[in-house]
Write a protein that binds this ligand. Structure first.
Ligand code: PAF
Length: 285
């Protein structure tokens, strides 16, 4: 069963009457198979799944794509219903606020500030305030929905770590689960922003996944190969389309990898104004 809820008041009432333990999948809509993989996993484990669709203004900078971000609620609901047909005994509550005031009522005057390195590097250093916006909306949704477990895509790897840190620091009783990136057959990671690309750019975008797989091969799971991989990265970064391509510790995002058992390759490749993110984790010894 799918129930669509448009107001916070309605959401609170429904949640208050919920006896079962629940899972939560937060999204900004324009759903693709990546989002559906989160919903599928949640439905496999829980009887009731809350699923939010909200393009959060607080996580977009003034020059970013908030206004043109694709809003496709009718198609999104059809995709959710197609999954509902697979999980006939389960309940999906879709929270799709009809306007931003449902999340941020007039006078709403609070924000979660994400302090420390995880928020100031990589995406955080390019998109100032972005992670504060993400943490603020996710915290607000967590407070309204009070899930036992919440699912995030690992494509936004740094976001996933920011949320994990927030839950730990604020002692929120919620399990945060990251789900693997879903890719097209070509290797391109699924993203709502892929639709900004022309067909030539789509081909060029494959540079991103191909490059991180090449670096993964160079590392070949061995710490001793990291310097060779770093050298290769210096060469690759001569192409200015790369916003960054870095190897960092997979848990802390530290650059010092001397104690690391798992590293992450994090990259952003920019085609015109579209920034394409990708990443990959490698266990090393
Ligand atoms: O990953 C996203 O779609 C968004 O950043 C999230 C987590 C739904 C918060 O707006």
């Amino acid at each position: 069963m799918v129930l669509v809820v448009e107001t916070t008041q309605n959401l609170i009432e429904i949640r208050q009457n919920e006896k079962a333990s629940i899972a939560f999948v937060p999204t900004m809509g324009n759903l693709h198979q990546g989002h559906l993989s989160l919903l599928r996993e949640a439905l496999t484990k829980f009887e009731v799944v809350y699923f939010s669709i909200f393009v959060n203004p607080k996580q977009f900078g003034p020059k970013e794509d908030f206004n043109r971000y694709p809003r496709t609620l009718v198609d999104d609901l059809n995709l959710i219903k197609s999954l509902d047909a697979e999980f006939t005994t389960k309940k999906i509550i879709v929270f799709a606020p009809k306007n931003p005031e449902e999340i941020y009522p007039p006078g709403f005057n609070h924000s979660i500030s994400v302090l420390g390195d995880v928020s100031n590097i990589l995406e955080g250093s390019i998109r100032h305030g972005h992670f504060d916006g993400v943490a603020t909306v996710v915290h607000r949704l967590f407070e309204l929905i009070k899930p036992q477990e919440a699912y995030f895509g690992l494509k936004d790897y740094q976001q996933f770590l920011v949320i994990k840190h927030m839950v730990k620091d604020l002692a929120l009783p919620i399990i945060i689960t990251g789900m693997p990136i879903i890719r097209e057959d070509s290797g391109l990671a699924l993203s709502s922003r892929n639709q900004y690309l022309s067909s030539e750019e789509r081909t060029e975008a494959l540079t991103l996944s191909k490059t991180i797989w090449r670096i993964e091969k160079i590392i070949n799971r061995k710490k001793e190969n990291l310097p060779k991989a770093q050298e290769e990265i210096i060469n690759i970064l001569k192409d200015e389309k790369w916003n960054y391509l870095e190897i960092r510790d997979a848990d802390t995002l530290n650059q010092d990898l001397s104690q690391s058992k798992r590293v992450t390759l994090l990259a952003v490749y920019q085609l015109r104004s579209t920034r394409l993110l990708d990443n990959l984790q490698v266990t090393i010894s």
